[in-house]
Design a protein around this ligand. Structure first.
Ligand SMILES: [Zn+2]
Length: 370
């Protein structure tokens, strides 16, 4: 809803701007658009308005620079590098005591504050895999992923409110406070012991929770039905669980929602990736276009020849892993993904570090080099 409202505001600004420019032309007055729109702040607010505004001739200098198609000069001014590496974080459980696979609410809250302060902005796995990285110019994407649908990830309290100390509660608060938005990807189990890891526990709430997540902007993905080890399972069992987990989640969520990504249990892949990309079990067909592994390195840009959508590496969302990753980006700024603010183009310096690979044309976006 937040995004839609913003789009409407931008549309209004665009239209108001165009009308202002038109009146300016007609009357021969160079007043440059509607009152108040030529301030630097307003110009900053219009960075992603449509070409309509840039085609108008009555705008202020700032507005014209800030809007319209991406150019090498703009990309350079932003310092955009959409060939840079992406931080993908992996979380499991949330409880009051920190341990290998458990983050405390306090530490998770601090992780998000740190990521905000370091210029990161969240996106979903789906959007990483498709290259639809729609974040403000100058920001770096971070993908927060949650495995095992444990209760501390999403809990509804007895008074019907969202637990402010569960992961979703903490992320919703972070979005409300600004400079952040509701994006993260949740990999849910459907039949597992302990039972409390079946879709976040609270059995009578599972459908409501999944729908809320999707409504708020988060992504729901598969983690198989039972946390199946896909490297050891028979092809028949693997096919069954890949189909059923996708279908059951999609049925719970409804509204035509499509589950497109999977977190591979234990990071143990099947012999062939083709098992993930598609199959059929008893008339139920499935397809996954993105899969998450657990090896702790930064993820190549989706626009790089090094990117493998079915082998997206993740870094553990705990210490020292998170600090090490942030230090990696600080020590190697040329390796960091920095958005140009325009999800329809890929901007990158002409001189790229070898480690980033070559620009791939597989996602079909125009490239701006500077
Ligand atoms: Zn797991």
């Amino acid at each position: 809803m937040r995004a839609m409202r913003r789009d409407k505001v931008l549309r209004f600004v665009t239209v108001a701007f165009a009308i202002g420019a038109f009146i300016g032309l007609i009357s021969g007055l160079a007043f440059g658009g509607a009152p108040g729109l030529s301030t630097p702040n307003a110009a900053a607010d219009t960075t992603d308005i449509t070409d309509e505004a840039s085609d108008s001739t009555g705008g202020s200098e700032e507005s014209l620079v800030a809007s319209g198609p991406m150019t090498a000069d703009k990309a350079r001014a932003i310092g955009a590098n959409e060939m840079g590496q992406v931080l993908v974080l992996m979380y499991h459980h949330f409880a009051d005591e920190e341990s290998e696979w458990t983050r405390t609410p306090e530490n998770f809250r601090r992780d998000i504050a740190t990521l905000k302060a370091e210029g990161f902005y969240p996106v979903n796995v789906r959007d990483l895999a498709s290259g639809n990285i729609d974040i403000p110019a100058g920001k770096s994407p971070v993908v927060l992923t949650f495995d095992d649908s444990s209760p501390g990830q999403y809990r509804i309290l007895e008074d019907e409110t969202l637990d402010p100390d569960c992961a979703v509660g903490i992320m919703r608060a972070a979005a409300d406070e600004g400079d952040w938005t509701s994006r993260a990807s949740f990999y849910c189990l459907l039949d597992v012991v302990p039972k409390e890891r079946v879709v976040f526990g609270q059995d009578d709430r599972k459908q409501e929770k999944l729908r809320n997540l999707v409504d708020w902007g988060y992504e729901v993905g598969s983690h198989t039905v039972t946390h199946l080890n896909l490297s050891e399972a028979s092809q028949a069992e693997a096919t069954k669980q890949l189909a059923q987990s996708q279908q059951i989640l999609e049925d719970y969520i409804g509204g035509g929602y499509e589950v497109t990504s999977i977190a591979i249990p234990f990071g143990e892949y099947p012999d062939s990736d083709t098992l993930l990309t598609g199959g059929t079990y008893q008339d139920v067909s499935y397809a996954y276009t993105a899969a998450l592994s657990v090896n702790g390195v930064p993820c190549p840009s989706p626009f790089s020849t090094k990117f493998k959508a079915l082998h997206i590496p993740r870094i553990r969302g705990s210490e020292p892993f998170l600090s090490n990753a942030l230090k990696h980006f600080k020590d190697n700024p040329s390796l960091r993904y920095i958005s140009d603010g325009d999800p329809t183009t890929v901007s990158a310096p002409a001189d790229l570090a070898d480690a980033l690979g070559e620009i791939s044309d597989s996602l079909g976006r125009p490239v701006v080099r500077y």
